[in-house]
Each structure stands twice: as C-alpha cells, then as structure tokens.
Design a protein around this ligand. Structure first.
Ligand code: ZN
Ligand code: ZN
Length: 144
C-alpha cells in the first residue's frame, strides 16, 4: 500500500487500493484471510507529512459472541492519519497504519444482530428461532 509522493499533486490524490491481509501481516482469527482489505480515500501533502483520510473495509470471519452463528460480513471504518516523510523519500506506506487501525478498532464481541437472544443456558436451544424447552427463568441469555 505504497503511494508515490510525486503523485500526490496539489489538491490531493484520491486513492483506491487493496491488499491481501497477509501482505499487511494480518493473520488474526477474526479476519477473513481470503478477502482483500480495501482502502479508499484522499491524500494531501502538508509540508513534511501526508494527511490521509481513509475508509478501510475488511471482511470478518468470526462467530456471534452470544449464539456462535458464523459472521462473515464486511466491516468499514474511517480514520485520519498523518504519515510523515523525509527529504528524499519517494513513497509513503499506508499499510502499517491500516494494520494498526484494524487491530485497535476491532471489538472482540461481535453479535450476529443487536438483539441476538443467544443460546439458552439451560437447554441449549437456539433462542433466535426456537422456544426454550426448559423454562430457564424466562429468557436467560448468556451474559455478555
Ligand atoms: Zn447471535
Ligand atoms: Zn432452555
């Protein structure tokens, strides 16, 4: 995810780039390693740094924290970063910042939907579509 400094002209440069997770050294379990990480945004040169306003999209590969259903949706988020460069540099590299933002922004308790009912602690029934058979104190949801 390197961008040539001289391509960042006055008025800035719009970019769309993508990389495989492994190319950004991302091997985390919650990331779908088969799908690319996509970066879109705008870069502007400001004296000795590049101001980057980026939208990052990657694909999850995890399970719901309550019901353990697989989750493979896309996650998108925006961030801004100052990427410093030195005299003589030909490129700025976005990869390290994108990696960092993905890792620090990830919430490890993802739910398949906001009101997921989870699995009954008593009888193990999947409460999103089935009724509890054990009458386990009404709807007792795993406490996340
Ligand atoms: Zn769920
Ligand atoms: Zn039950």
């Amino acid at each position: 995810m390197r961008v040539r400094l001289r391509e960042i002209v006055e008025g800035g440069l719009d970019i769309v780039d993508q990389a495989a997770p492994k190319d950004l050294d991302l091997k985390e379990e919650f990331i779908n390693l088969e799908k690319p990480i996509i970066v879109k945004g705008h870069l502007e040169r400001v004296s000795d740094f590049v101001l980057a306003k980026l939208t990052v999209t990657y694909t999850l590969d995890t399970v719901c924290a309550r019901c353990l259903d697989p989750i493979d949706g896309d996650v998108s988020f925006d961030f801004e970063a100052d990427l410093p460069f030195k005299m003589g540099d030909k490129h700025v590299d976005l990869g390290a910042r994108v990696r960092e933002e993905i890792l620090t922004g990830y919430v490890p308790r993802v739910l398949c939907k906001e009101d997921c009912q989870g699995i009954c602690q008593g009888c193990g029934v999947y409460l999103n579509t089935e009724k509890c058979e054990c009458n386990n104190k009404k709807k007792e949801v795993a406490n996340f």
